[in-house]
Design a protein around this ligand. Structure first.
Ligand code: DQA
Length: 144
């Protein structure tokens, strides 16, 4: 059994009620259900959310130590957290996949969202497709 870490940053615990016009009305439990249902046989989904930058960084260390692929929605940390970027770089430098995902399309929103300090060290980026951003990332990281 291989495990994919699906990490979600600040305020994503409020999905379902947070700005439904932008993020939709489904919550993280719905996302987990979708990903578990879409996972290939032998793939388990470990979906987590935190508002704490340090916790997110430590989960990225765990991905390196346990050799897990990562699907990361860094949320607002995307736009300014060099600490998170450096931790995410450890994952890809260890030859593990890390896909940056976003529910919305940050490039179609406020200017501060147009910068990602994570994208340059990510394996790839999928944005603007709602929960399908995660589903497509899962398909990629678990492709035979
Ligand atoms: C987000 C986009 C970010 O700009 C924002 O801060 C989020 C969610 C997304 O999934 O669309 O919290 O990462």
């Amino acid at each position: 059994m291989s495990t994919v870490l699906v990490l979600n940053g600040p305020n994503l615990g409020r999905l379902g009620s947070r700005e439904p016009d932008v993020y939709g009305s489904a919550n993280l439990d719905d996302l987990r259900t979708l990903l578990v249902a879409s996972a290939r046989p032998g793939v388990s989904i470990d979906l987590r959310q935190t508002d704490d930058e340090a916790e997110l960084i430590h989960w990225l260390y765990e991905a390196v130590d346990e050799r897990m692929s990562v699907i990361l929605n860094p949320a607002a940390f995307t736009h300014y957290s060099y600490a998170l970027r450096d931790a995410a770089a450890l994952v890809t430098k260890a030859s593990l996949c890390l896909i940056e995902v976003h529910i919305s399309n940050p490039h179609a929103r406020e200017t501060f969202r147009h910068t990602s300090v994570v994208s340059a060290i990510a394996t790839g980026v999928i944005a603007g497709l709602g929960f399908d951003s995660y589903r497509l990332a899962l398909d990629f990281v678990t492709a035979p």
